[in-house]
Design a protein around this ligand. Structure first.
Ligand code: DQA
Length: 146
């Protein structure tokens, strides 16, 4: 089973940016954690991060052409306004789980709405990096059921 993990803008700065919200663990460390947990679950993961909307869209399309079984995406601030990322997720017809480190519902009003979540099978937020692992487990269940 192959899963693409896509992180959007500014997530590469986790561990440096707003530590009170995103924690002190570095992005590289979170990526290693995801890789280790995926290995334990016998899931092949590819990790991708970009600060550029079009590159994120290209990566979603790649999942279709390369026949990935699932996508985990944290679109960063694009979550709140990128109809293009919403459409890209819809286009590929691959089970996609949206993850946010922080609880977007407990923050500024503009973060309460996700325009990308409606294109996903579900959303996990507020649980820090554990969210990515819960998403791996969810995708595994969904792929088995298919
Ligand atoms: C985020 C939440 C977004 O509102 C914010 O713009 C981010 C990170 C999260 O993981 O909590 O960059 O997606």
């Amino acid at each position: 089973m192959r899963v693409m993990v896509i992180n959007g803008p500014n997530l590469n700065m986790v561990g440096v940016r707003e530590k009170g919200i995103y924690g002190t663990r570095s992005f590289e460390d979170i990526c290693s954690y995801i890789k280790d947990e995926a290995k334990k679950r016998n899931i092949q993961v590819e990790l991708y991060q970009s600060n550029i909307e079009g590159e994120i869209i290209n990566q979603i399309h790649k999942c279709y052409y390369e026949k990935f079984d699932g996508i985990i995406i944290n679109p960063g601030a694009y979550t709140h306004y990128s109809y293009a990322i919403h459409d890209a997720i819809k286009s590929v017809n691959i089970n996609t789980v949206e993850v946010h480190l922080s609880n977007i519902h407990a923050r500024e009003e503009f973060r309460h709405k996700s325009v990308t979540a409606a294109a996903c099978v579900g959303q996990i937020c507020g649980l820090g990096e554990i969210g990515y692992i819960l998403a791996l487990d969810a995708l595994k269940e969904l792929v088995v059921k298919k």
